[in-house]
Ligand binder design. Structure first.
Ligand code: ATP
Length: 262
């Protein structure tokens, strides 16, 4: 990771108002190739709004978003996903009653070749199950026994795993994870953190929104501190402390005073 490279995803001066509430107030953002960028901030700082803006879930009032240097303007999450920005939300966009394979291919189903697929819209289940199995085992998630198993029967960590595998499976350019460990136990969190690092080692940059400072400091290459609707600063987890991060988030320290203390 090097900040001299062109960011994979960047934003400049983005503004998002909800009526009289300004959720994003000229916010900037940069994600570089191959990095895990954590986004931290107090409740209401605008982290979700930032993620929604760069993943097409809300339209922005002002500002610019660039993907690989090219300006983009998404009007739906589907558009952002097609462009390679895959977002896994806290409440997971998985369908509990569907199988793992069906979930992985939701909205991207493979049709049977030839007439049956093209005109009868028949799904190629064998191919989908094979690819789903391959992807899960590639990511070390084959504790899941049966690819036909409904997602509602999986543990929280396994569900998160399926969602991440889905993102990793489709050649996404960017993976955004919103509080991936929030609902998980210690063991499951560990697995998900390993999975995130594994996905990074495959070259995919990741945005990690989290309130969990030990998790953030464990895996992030850089930490974007969001405060009052904008990026306050970016800190290096190798030189900054968790106390600094929390002080910056809450306004107890400014980037200048935190630097002096360092
Ligand atoms: N749909 C909405 N309608 C009105 N106000 C909203 C909406 N979404 C967010 N806001 C407001 O925008 C501000 C930023 O909210 P946002 O959810 O982006 O913060 P956050 O940093 O993700 O917070 P948290 O850590 O609590 O999830 C808050 O004041 C919030 O009340």
């Amino acid at each position: 990771m090097s900040t001299s490279q062109t960011p994979v995803l960047s934003a400049r001066g983005i503004v998002k108002n909800y009526g009289r509430v300004t959720a994003l107030d000229h916010a900037d953002f940069d994600l570089y190739p191959g990095e895990i960028l954590a986004v931290i901030g107090d409740n209401g700082a605008g982290k979700s709004s930032l993620i929604k803006a760069i993943s097409g879930a809300v339209s922005i009032d002002e500002g610019e978003i660039r993907l690989n240097g090219e300006p983009v303007r998404f009007t739906s999450p589907m558009q952002a996903r097609d462009a390679g920005i895959e977002t896994v939300y806290q409440n997971l966009a998985l369908s509990p009653a569907l199988s793992i394979a069906d979930n992985m291919f939701l909205g991207r189903e493979i049709r049977k070749p030839g007439f049956m697929g093209k005109y009868l819209r028949m799904l190629d289940r064998t191919a989908m199950e094979r690819i789903a199995r391959d992807k899960l085992s590639e990511l070390g998630l084959m504790t899941i026994q049966n690819i036909g198993q409904a997602v509602e029967t999986l543990s929280g960590g396994q569900r998160q795993g399926v969602a991440v595998a889905r993102a990793a499976a489709f050649g996404s350019k960017v993976l955004i994870l919103d509080e991936p460990t929030a609902a998980l136990g210690v063991k499951e969190s560990r697995k998900v953190l390993e999975l995130i690092q594994d996905v990074r080692s495959r070259g995919m940059p990741i945005v990690l929104i989290s309130h969990n400072m030990p998790h953030v400091f464990e895996v992030a290459d850089r930490i974007h501190v969001h405060r009052l609707g904008k990026r306050l600063c970016v800190i290096d987890p190798k030189t900054a402390s968790m106390n600094d991060a929390v002080a910056l988030m809450t306004g107890a320290k400014t980037p200048e005073t935190a630097m002096q203390a360092a």
